[in-house]
Design a protein around this ligand. Structure first.
Ligand SMILES: C[S@@+](CC[C@H](N)C(=O)[O-])C[C@H]1O[C@@H](n2cnc3c(N)ncnc32)[C@H](O)[C@@H]1O
Length: 375
């Protein structure tokens, strides 16, 4: 695949795709006899709860059908959500380098986020076993998680799992030690005081550690994360991504904007069929993310693409978040496409670019001699 071509994978498969070994394991853990229509109905119901009927999320998610939909569809579909930011952090030298990382997975559910971490570590060639403490209010989900990782999985770093059933933030009180990685995968929107949970969790972070938050790419949940990011920017934690700056979020003033990412990766079979039968409109994994650390913000300079591609007659535009903390409309006329700015033609949402160009108001105009490269 174009974006992560430097990470090794077999054949033409994207490294972000759920590896076959995972799909086989999930099928073997699913104790329900295969019933295609029932699974499709459960996926549709769960999707409705995730996107529109969020009041029923806990009830649907913990039901037998919801559990099965999460196991067989949402877990493998959502695998790239943490993997992509983690691969970026690894590329930027921001992941702790010690052998055998310690992960605290908060709101771990069936283990999607842990598996994403183990996948990213395997892709980057990291050594050692990932030691995980997984916390969730749903004891049944944690039991299933334990069954999924009971044996090593090809394509994933080995996982040594300890689970703890309990409610957050109270469950943090009994956790000791420090962690190289703390993840809050798609859980903050389900708790009453997300900022307090993040700041309490960050106390358990090792000095070189990274706290990664993922949230659904819905406008409401993403904007809540953007607001939390601004509140945290005034405190001691460094914002490691996705933002290329430490200033106020330039997207917040416009209520129609929300900063999210989309992993441009096809759904493997049979997830593609299940998605279309369940009537899911956009089956790409979309998410918002925020990575925080204790060390000073790195001085790597990049523009983050925060829009989809905006082609129009004779030109291509991309909205980018700039290192100066501004939103710019980067623009290149088609007749100015050149080898120097070829990366502009291929860029898409979430990419990091270094863009040369001329400022005209809030536009950044890329000429034929301006260099555009991947950061
Ligand atoms: C949408 S799932 C996400 C699971 C997994 N992290 C992922 O990325 O797919 C949210 C999980 O958070 C858990 N959860 C929600 N509120 C919680 C709370 N206050 N304390 C502990 N777990 C909670 C739910 O039980 C559920 O398993």
């Amino acid at each position: 695949m174009r974006k992560e071509a430097h990470f090794a994978t077999k054949g033409n498969r994207s490294p972000l795709e759920a590896p076959p070994a995972l799909l086989e394991r999930l099928a073997s853990v699913d104790s329900t006899p295969s019933g295609g229509p029932a699974l499709v109905a459960a996926i549709a119901r769960m999707s409705e709860a995730y996107t529109r009927g969020r009041d029923a999320l806990t009830e649907v998610g913990e039901s037998r059908e919801g559990h099965r939909a999460r196991l067989r569809f949402f877990l493998p579909r959502d695998l790239p959500k943490a993997t992509r930011p983690l691969l970026e952090l690894a590329e930027r030298g921001l992941l702790p380098r010690r052998t055998g990382l310690r992960l605290l997975d908060l709101g771990a559910g069936l283990g999607t986020t842990t598996l994403s971490v183990a996948r990213a570590l395997s892709l980057t060639g990291a050594d050692g076993t990932l030691s995980v403490l997984a916390v969730d209010a749903d004891a049944r989900a944690l039991e299933t998680f334990a069954r999924i990782v009971a044996e090593p999985l090809e394509g994933f770093s080995p996982i040594a799992l300890e689970t703890r059933a309990g409610r957050l933030p109270e469950a943090l009180g009994s956790i000791r030690g420090s962690y190289d990685l703390i993840t809050l995968g798609l859980v903050l929107n389900e708790v009453t005081d997300p900022l307090a949970l993040v700041t309490s969790a960050a106390r358990l972070l090792a000095d070189e550690g990274v706290l990664l938050v993922l949230e659904p790419a819905l406008r409401e949940t993403t904007r809540a994360l953007m607001e939390m990011r601004d509140a945290l920017a005034d405190g001691p934690l460094a914002i490691l991504g996705p933002c290329p700056h430490h200033g106020p979020c330039p997207m917040l003033p416009n209520a129609r904007d929300w900063c999210h990412d989309a992993a441009d990766v096809p759904l493997p079979s049979p997830l593609d069929t299940l998605a279309s039968e369940a009537g899911l409109r956009d089956d790409r994994p979309t998410y918002a993310w925020l990575a925080l650390g204790k060390r000073a913000r790195p001085i790597d300079v990049y523009h983050r693409v925060v829009s989809h591609r905006l082609p129009s007659k004779g030109k291509l535009e991309l909205v980018v978040c700039a290192p100066e903390g501004e939103l710019l409309r980067a623009r290149r006329l088609d007749r100015h496409a050149s080898d120097a700015n070829a990366a502009f033609s291929e860029a898409s949402r979430g990419d990091r670019l270094v863009i040369e160009g001329t400022r005209r108001g809030d536009a950044l105009v890329v000429g034929p001699d301006d260099a555009v490269g991947r950061a």
